[in-house]
Design a protein around this ligand. Structure first.
Ligand code: ATP
Length: 214
């Protein structure tokens, strides 16, 4: 079976992620895509991750519900520590060595691959899918060719450009703006019910209030 692994912070998971997963699955004839929300990712400051791992997991669970070819896995959440992709992928391969594994990532992240742990070993284990936007300049990946033995295991897939990021969503929330439809409906419901990202806004409002009262 051809399976995609889609790792991310998913803070929160949004429609950009869903479209990439769907279009990569379609282009590469994958049977299944497993979303793997990270604990605290090794390359991000712990303080920059806003929702806790269980809330981020619940949001991904809601996002994939209704698509039987998508699922979510707890491996990184349960580890409770930062995990490098090469380690995560190793666990999936051990679970089902007969499957063919694809690791889905935004092309901008792939261009930073030399900073990842053991990129060549990662590419031995998986085909790395670089999800590009239309018109993405593939020469941005050129520097990897000289540096990586397994450069030919990086496979660009052009996806519909969706200018949504988790950072942008959190910023809108901070500004009190609507994020409805930027995330799947089930994710929106969880954000509302659990009042996720609301703390940031309250802190900002508190700051303004204090400034105003000075
Ligand atoms: P943040 O803004 O907090 O950095 P993000 O929106 O990039 O978050 P991540 O969870 O870090 O979300 O992303 C997981 C993967 O999805 C990464 O490989 C990232 O490049 C990719 N990705 C995120 N948003 C998009 C998008 N709109 N289009 C294509 N790929 C995306």
């Amino acid at each position: 079976m051809r399976v995609g692994i889609f790792g991310g912070t998913f803070d929160p998971v949004h429609q950009g992620h869903m479209i990439v997963a769907e279009q990569v699955m379609n282009e590469l004839h994958l049977e299944h895509v497993v979303f793997v929300p990270g604990g605290i990712p090794p390359h991000k400051e712990a303080s920059s991750v806003r929702a806790n791992a269980e809330d981020r997991f619940a949001m991904v669970e809601a996002a994939v519900a209704g698509n039987r070819r998508f699922s979510v896995d707890r491996v990184e959440v349960d580890a409770g520590r930062p995990m490098h992709s090469v380690e995560t992928v190793g666990i999936f391969k051990e679970r089902s060595p007969e499957d063919e594994w694809f690791f889905i990532t935004g092309a901008d992240e792939v261009s930073n691959l030399l900073a990842w742990k053991e990129p060549d070993r990662l590419l031995e284990q998986v085909v790395m899918v670089a999800a590009t936007r239309p018109g993405y300049d593939l020469s941005k990946l050129d520097h990897l060719e000289a540096a990586l033995r397994n450069f030919d295991r990086i496979f660009p897939v052009e996806c519909t450009r969706v200018d949504i990021s988790a950072t942008g969503i959190r910023r809108r929330m901070l500004q009190g703006k609507s994020i409805r439809y930027l995330v799947p409906e089930g994710v929106y419901a969880i954000i509302e019910q659990r009042e996720l990202y609301a703390g940031d806004r309250k802190r900002a409002e508190g700051g303004r209030l204090r400034e105003g009262s000075l």
